[in-house]
Design a protein around this ligand. Sequence first.
Ligand SMILES: [Zn+2]
Length: 401
Amino acid sequence: MIVIENASEILTIPHGYNKPKKGNEMRDLGIIKNSNIWIDRGKIIKITKELPDKIEEKIDASGKIVMPAFVDPHTHLVFSGIRDFELSLKMQGKSYLEIQNAGGGIYYTVDKTRNASEEELYEESSKRLEYMVKHGTLGAEAKSGYGIDIENEIKMLKVIKRLSENYSIEISPTFLLHIIPKNREEKEYVEYISDNIEKIKDYAKNVDVFCDKGAFSKESTELFLKKAKEQGFKLKMHADELEYIGCSSLIKKFDFISMDHLLKTPDEIINEMSKKNTVAVLLPGTPFTLFQESFSDARKFIKNNVAVAIGTDLNPNCYTENMQEIISLSIYRMRMTVEEAIVASTYNAAFASGLQDKLGSIEVGKDANLIIMDAKSYTEIGYHFGVNLVTEIIKKGKVIS
Ligand SMILES: [Zn+2]
C-alpha cells in the first residue's frame, strides 16, 4: 500500500452522479481534513485518519493539500513556431483580425506547422507538455487545426497520439476545423473536410470548429457537425469569441460536450445551455493576452446553472501551460470564487474533455492522479499567484516529479 500521509486538506470534489457540476454545485470541494489516502495498484482504496498495517511507501503531505491533478480542457498543444514578435504589434493596438490580415497570426503558424516534420512537431510540443506536467496538469484536450488539409491534420493528430503514449498526461484528441485556407472557398473547403472526416476516426475522439466572424459561418459549422456526428465524434465548438453570429445557438440542434470562449453569448443561449450537460469552457488567458478589458461573464453562466470549466487555450497567441495562472485570472478577471475555479479546472474540465472516468476527483476506486500543493488550505490557490505551488505529481499512485 502507498499512503499519502497527513494532508491538511484533501479536496475530493465528490461525484454523486455522472455529469458536470452546475451553479452552486461548483462550490462543493468535499474537503476532508488531516487524513491519509491509501493507494493500491494505482487506485484509491481509502481516505481515512487511520494507517494500513503494511506500508510500501509513504508520501508526506503534512501541512499541504492534496487535490485532483488539473485537466486543461482546451489546448492547441501541437504547433510549430511561437509568435513572440506579435506582442509589440498587439501593444500598438492591432487587433487579432488585423494581425491575421497582415500575414501574421494564424497563417504564420499554419505555414510553419505544415512545413515541420512529424518529428520536429513532436520535439517542440513535448517541451510544452513537460511544462504542463510540472504545473500539475495530468489531463488535457489537444487539437489539430494548423494542417488545413487532411494529410497535415493527421500528421498533427499522430503527434498528439505519440505524446499521450510517451508522457504521463491523458490526452483527449480533437480534430479542429480551424481556418479557411487562403486560396480556397469556405463552402468547398468545408465539403472537402466533411467528406473526408472518416479518415481521421482512428486519430481523434472529438471534433471542434472555430465558428465566428472571420472564421467559419454558422451554416458551414452546421454542415460539418452533422457529418461528424454521423461518424460518432463528440462535438465541441469555439463559439462567440469575437462576435455573436449565431454559433452557440446550434446547441438547440446538437449535443456538445463543450462550447468554448463564449464572450458574446446572449442570455437566451446561456439559458439553453443550462438545460444540457454541455460545459462552458471559459478561457481568460485569451482576452488577457489580447489586451482586452472584457472577459467571459463567468458569474452569469454560474448564476444561470451552467457547468463552467476553465482552460489555458495554449496556442501561439496565448502562450501558457499553467492552469494555476488561469485559476488566478478566473478569480481576478472573471470574479469566480476560488472553489468554483478549482472545480472548473479539475472536475468540470475532465467532463469537457471526456476524461471524467480517469481524472477530476479523488474517489475510492478511481485512478490516483493527484497533486500535492504547498498550501495549508485551498484558499491559498489563486490568491498566491505567479508561482508554482505543486510539490508532488502523482500519476496512478506513483510520484513522477
Ligand atoms: Zn482555441
